[in-house]
Design a protein around this ligand. Sequence first.
Ligand code: AMP
Ligand code: GLY
Length: 421
Amino acid sequence: MRVAVIGSGGREHALLWKLKQSPRIAELFALPGNPGMRGLARLCPVKPDVASLVAEVLRLDIDFVVVGPEVPLADGIADALAGCGVSCFGPNAAAAQLESSKVFAKQLMRKCGVPTADFVIFDDIHECERFILENPRAQGRVVKADGLAAGKGAFVCADDAEALAVARRLLCEHMLGNAGQRIVVEEKLTGREASLHFLCDGERYLALPPAQDYKRALDGDHGANTGGMGTFCPARHATRELVRECERRIVEPVQRELRAAGTPYRGLLYVGVMLTQDGPQVIEFNCRFGDPETQVMLPCLGYDIFAAMEACANGTLDPGHYAPDTSQHAVCVVLCADGYPDSYQKQIPLIAPTASSGQLLFAAGTAEQDGQWVSNGGRVLNAVGLGDSFADARANAYDLARRALVPGLRMREDIALSEVA
Ligand code: AMP
Ligand code: GLY
């Protein structure tokens, strides 16, 4: 089989690394990929819009497409590929609304009784102001833009004044353009977070081992929200019983609802949950693999993920077939550009240290310039450590991260520290 992975980040590098192990795949293509992936896949420069991607897939005679990022899914790449007879792992645009519209996701959850923070939707600032003033919340609220905002659309506000200011910036000053034309104002939840991933075939699902992401830029969970500064897997606080509860109360009703709507969910369903005192509550859905969760989950699978992806695309997933590698522990440390997630420098010259046994270096925001490997994004490299224990996995990850750290890059020092203390 000729298999293409769409995207260019650390998640896609990890997907290629895992897919490379599948006996079913003859050749891998990265559309467009990044220079760090060269040993695994043929890099195919291509514009990121759906029409250009589909044309490239057809030109390369690809049999199966794995879609990394959310934007092509929201823009209907699964629908377009289906129209051309090419198999694809990723939901169609209607089902991808679980991520591309917070309003869609919240309304669907309310309709089918999925536990999530209570919320109100606004497109009018006066109504929003009135609501917030009439319903004061001492503990603060969360304001979210409806549309895709590259991870920058959720604002955890300390008090009502801040929530009002954010609502004005979104609805009146159009800070996020069309994505913020409608907003969701929701209750602030407290608890520990976990990232749950499910491979779905429209009806059945397979849970991947739970991961934990570190969203804040600085140690101790301080600083700005980012796309993710590090991860570990398995997240033991998301126990088997808790995952089972999430399957029953979240995944099953959502799948049932989308199937009934004629848009069954086929692909990866990412459920971000807050484990509150009242049980798990959904914080967000994503219609694709998490980044950097993928970098730690895939090494913890004891099976060929491509076989499961094919079964999802065909609607023939047998979850009993696939078991995680329960002895494996994985830790990922993200090396990002100084200043990320605000303004940061690009074209930082990079080095590629040799990964020893138990280490994997995945490349994220990187490019090649005049023969030199340089950064071209905020999250630049992912140092993954594996081991029989979190202590070993963490030591491996930080050893590799320190060897890859060059001036202009930084990292958090406390990834997975809670798991070894
Ligand atoms: P989202 O873009 O919806 O994933 O939100 C980004 C981050 O904001 C989440 O990972 C949480 O840390 C935080 N967050 C989102 N919604 C809530 C909520 N209702 N209560 C508390 N924190 C939240
Ligand atoms: N790491 C969070 C995400 O991929 O959305």
